[in-house]
Design a protein around this ligand. Structure first.
Ligand code: FES
Ligand code: FES
Length: 152
């Protein structure tokens, strides 16, 4: 049975009608038209659907929308400041960590969650954070460089 829930996304509150089995990913993309979050495998293996919920990177394809009531959700659309890109986004561009860009929103959100919690991660900590994400174009070398350049 469908129900109306309230979701806090990128600082705004939205009322959306969902079924109990609707994923956060589908509600973000189809319900709220926040299509920056990409849909890849849909089963938790590629990481392109990563968003931040209450400060933690989560896979929105494995998260039910109804689980997110009362949480603070941030998507790729919510991290830039008006026209200014987030430092992680800028670093990805400057360090060649983007090619087709399909993985980029999810990996940027993964990197942001890591750096918010641990501003100076070690290589191993970056690798661990990136373990659930795939980039078929660049691999992770350029992406790691870009993340390290944002560290103080
Ligand atoms: S679409 Fe969520 S992990 Fe692939
Ligand atoms: S830039 Fe193409 S999949 Fe990562």
């Amino acid at each position: 049975m469908k129900q109306i829930i309230s979701l806090n996304v990128n600082g705004d509150s939205f009322e959306v009608t969902v079924s109990p089995w609707d994923t956060l990913l589908d509600v973000l993309r189809d319900g709220l038209r926040l299509t920056g979050t990409k849909k890849g495998c849909g089963i938790g293996t590629c990481g392109v659907c990563t968003v931040i919920a209450d400060g933690k990177a989560i896979l929105s394809c494995l998260t039910l929308a109804i689980e997110c009531v009362g949480k603070t959700i941030t998507t790729i659309e919510g991290i830039s400041n008006n026209e200014a890109l987030h430092p992680v986004q800028k670093s990805f561009i400057e360090n060649g960590a983007i090619q087709c860009g399909f993985c980029t929103p999810g990996i940027v959100m993964t990197a942001k969650a890591l750096l918010d919690e641990n501003p100076k991660p070690s290589d191993d900590e970056i690798k661990e954070a990136l373990a659930g994400t795939f980039c078929r174009c660049t691999g992770h070398v350029k992406i790691m460089e870009a993340i390290k350049k944002v560290s103080p």
